[in-house]
Design a protein around this ligand. Structure first.
Ligand SMILES: [Ca+2]
Ligand SMILES: [Ca+2]
Ligand SMILES: [Ca+2]
Length: 394
């Protein structure tokens, strides 16, 4: 059995994007071989159009107005972030919500809302309209994932490095970013991971970059692939709706004696090193709950902040109580603060495809949620974690 990673290499941190037209030879992610078909949606498309470039990494548009990305990607431009899809979509301020590892600890994941309703696939095509999040735990034995990233790519042919009496093989990375897909075998990582940097603790999946000439699209994430999407297909028959977003790249990883100072994983794709992904299945219920959060200022939950919402606010102004739709900051009173939110977001459109529940959802904290409310959000997750740990030690 392969040795587990003993050390999580530094997560991908702030660097500047180089805004350039990618030359033909540049590929995002690093695959064992390059082919132009890796720069367009795969034939069995898991959701290529949902994955987009962000300032400091990669994000996934889930539908319903929401983007999911690692917090360490989002942090640098928190409050004014964006994602590049068919065009640029900007974050609506004060909509970001962290995913929690447990009641006291954040995971390295965040969701934020964008202004606009991206239409990324034609109506007459066989889906997908939104991204399905993996709900069942991923197996400890590997499954083949399709991985899509927007980070740096491969530069040139395979290199050999001799460091401290050991030989390493792999690739240098390019200095331009481009969107690419590859594949790798992905499996559940047996423990939660806490990469350096203070971005939290996250249940994880992992892949290993194997020198395996038979599979040219064997892939390894590098710098700016953080947030890259790992999709698993729950049905072998070609269908977009059978793909599930199962993981998001959060770190590169190597065994303990790996010379990370001499051969940094951020800028090299080295065989027999690997990558760590946020395992999304334990966070399914949190992600689903956040997707149902109405747009701040949208009192009738139709996905648009307009005069109808203003009228509803005027009718309820001064009222107190819990769960009022015009109490946008969930303060218990409809007042000037709510008017300010409505004015700030006036004209914004986000997530009109959402089917909202008839009654106000209990988790509605749009801004600055109270801790007690967050417990409702994460309620199912610790139970799931405990049951998974039992299975691992059995
Ligand atoms: Ca592999
Ligand atoms: Ca509205
Ligand atoms: Ca209020």
């Amino acid at each position: 059995m392969r040795r587990l990673f003993r050390r999580i290499a530094a997560t991908v941190l702030c660097c500047f994007i180089i805004w350039a037209v990618a030359p033909q030879s540049s590929f995002g992610l690093v695959n064992t071989s390059d082919h132009s078909s890796y720069n367009e949606a795969p034939a069995d498309d898991p959701g290529w159009n949902f994955v987009g470039e962000m300032y400091n990494g990669t994000g996934v548009y889930l539908g319903d107005g929401w983007v999911l990305t690692p917090y360490h990607v989002y942090e640098h431009s928190a409050g004014h972030s964006y994602i590049m899809l068919d065009r640029q979509y900007d974050e609506i301020a004060d909509t970001a919500q962290r995913i929690k590892f447990d009641e006291d600890t954040d995971a390295d994941l965040v969701m934020f809302r964008v202004n606009g309703n991206p239409k990324l696939y034609p109506d007459n095509e066989d889906g997908p309209v939104v991204v399905n999040i993996r709900q069942a735990p991923v197996s400890v034995s590997s499954e083949l994932a399709t991985i899509i990233g927007t980070g740096f790519g491969r530069e040139g042919d395979m290199q050999t490095w001799n460091i401290q009496g050991k030989t390493y093989e792999g690739y240098n990375t390019s200095d331009t970013r481009v969107k690419q897909w590859g594949t790798n075998m992905i499996a559940e990582y047996p423990t939660p991971v806490t990469p350096p940097g203070g971005y939290g603790t996250t249940e994880a999946l992992w892949t290993m970059f194997d020198k395996m000439p038979s599979r040219a699209e064997e892939t390894q994430p590098v710098d700016k692939d953080s947030g890259g999407a790992a999709f698993l297909d729950i049905d072998a028959r070609p269908s977009k709706s059978s793909w599930e977003l199962s993981g998001l790249v959060i770190a590169m990883a190597a065994v303990e004696d790996y010379p990370s100072d001499d051969l940094p994983l951020k800028t090299h794709a080295v065989y027999d090193t690997g990558a760590i992904y946020a395992d999304l299945s334990p966070y399914y219920s949190q992600i689903t709950a956040i997707r149902l959060t109405p747009l701040p200022g949208d009192a009738d939950w139709n996905g648009t902040v307009d005069l109808v919402d203003f009228s509803l606010l005027r009718q309820t102004f001064g009222q107190t109580g819990a769960g009022m739709r015009t109490d946008f900051d969930a303060s218990g009173v409809v007042d000037d603060a709510d008017l300010e939110i409505l004015q700030h977001n006036f004209g914004m459109v986000s997530g009109n495809g959402i089917t909202l529940p008839v009654a106000a959802p209990a988790f509605v904290p749009v801004l600055a949620p109270e801790p007690a409310t967050m417990f409702v959000l994460v309620g199912a997750a610790p139970l799931l974690l405990r049951s998974r740990k039992r299975r691992l030690t059995a």
